[in-house]
Design a protein around this ligand. Structure first.
Ligand code: UFG
Length: 326
């Protein structure tokens, strides 16, 4: 039975599709290609283009394929945009999951893995953040994902759905074939590297945070380590074991440390200027991923920030204009 991967044309989804295919799983991708890329989906993987908030499109998917499991990546995922257009985030992120869950349960399907986020926690009360930390999102993006997690809990309780929510910290890096190509790009690592291939100088958002060098600290996790976690989570659901798990390395790097890593990897100077704080940025977000390590047997192996940045740089060197220039 094929696994449905929504958002399989996007950054993390496309890496997971490759990983599933590599271990011989049959995969179907659904993507509206609003921010995903046709070129990011291998030609032998069926791709259906449509909007998951349209129940008709979802019904068509289930009529065409016998879907037993869904890995759901398709979502709006920019914190800043969610503060300007909250309705768009709640509608797309919540209604998409609702339509998929109703169709999955009606067809007798069992398993659902949600791409969730550290943004479900909001401003952390302690660091590293574990899954027992309060979930008090400070933006509509995080709030919409938390609502999706609540849907999963209810469908689990009332319909026997097996579910897992994977709360990513800062996804980063690339594989040989797939990398980060967002438009607009808002993430630190690709923006820092883009300065070397014709992009504008980087603005560092705030040098006055209560951290050793004054810049924000984040837990960067390689996209291939995220992919490994999805495969393990799928296997665990097969054994009837689900839940919510943080995915991070447990080590934080400041913005200036990331810039230094980018300079070391590329051998070039990253041009940057100081700017004001970006609204809603907590000073420090670092994951405790002990639960994923213990229950899923997950062991991220690409935690070195230089390894992460180097993989992103290799991909950008090959795709300086992203997939359009592929
Ligand atoms: N930053 C800059 N300049 C930039 C871009 C980012 O200084 O041009 C800084 C940010 O202020 C932040 C750090 O670099 O301190 C990382 O910023 P990103 O935009 O790369 O990532 P975020 O930590 O804001 O967001 C990520 C995901 C979100 C998720 C969040 C969870 O992209 O989807 O982590 O905390 F919700």
């Amino acid at each position: 039975m094929p696994i449905l991967v929504t958002g399989g044309g996007g950054y993390i989804g496309s890496v997971v599709v490759d990983a599933l295919s590599a271990r011989g799983e049959s995969v179907v991708v659904a993507d509206d290609l609003a921010r995903g890329h046709r070129e990011a989906v291998a030609p032998d993987v069926p791709l259906r283009i449509g909007d998951l908030t349209d129940p008709g499109f979802v019904r068509q998917l289930f009529a065409e394929f016998s879907i037993d499991a869904i890995l759901h990546f398709a979502a709006w995922s920019q914190v800043g945009e969610s503060m300007r257009e909250p309705g768009k985030y709640f509608r797309n992120n919540y209604v998409g999951v609702l339509n998929l869950l109703e169709a999955l349960v009606a067809s007798g399907g069992r398993s659902f893995i949600l791409s969730s986020t550290a943004a479900t926690y909001g401003e952390p009360t302690s660091c590293p953040i574990d899954e027992a930390s309060p979930t008090l999102p400070t933006n509509p993006y995080g709030a919409s994902k938390l609502q999706c997690e609540q849907l999963l809990r209810w469908f689990g309780e009332l319909h026997g759905l097996r579910w897992t929510a994977l709360r990513y910290f800062n996804a980063a890096g690339a594989t040989a074939e797939r990398g980060e190509d967002h438009e607009p790009e808002t993430h630190l690592i690709p923006l820092a590297l883009r300065t070397l291939v014709g992009g504008s100088p980087l603005t560092v958002f705030g040098l006055d945070y209560p951290t050793p060098d004054g810049t924000c600290i984040r837990d960067y996790i390689h996209v291939s380590d995220l992919a490994d976690a999805h495969l393990l989570a799928l296997d665990a659901l097969g054994r009837g074991e689900g839940g919510a798990y943080n995915l991070g390395n447990g080590t934080g790097f400041s913005v200036l440390e990331v810039i230094a890593a980018a300079e070391s990897v590329t051998g070039r100077t990253i041009p940057w200027q100081a700017g004001p704080r970006r609204a809603g940025d907590p000073a420090r977000l670092v994951a405790s991923s002990g639960l994923a390590r213990e229950r899923l047997g997950w062991s991220p192996s690409r935690g070195d920030i230089r390894v992460i940045v180097e993989s992103a740089w290799r991909w950008m060197e090959r795709h300086p204009r992203g997939y359009r220039g592929a």
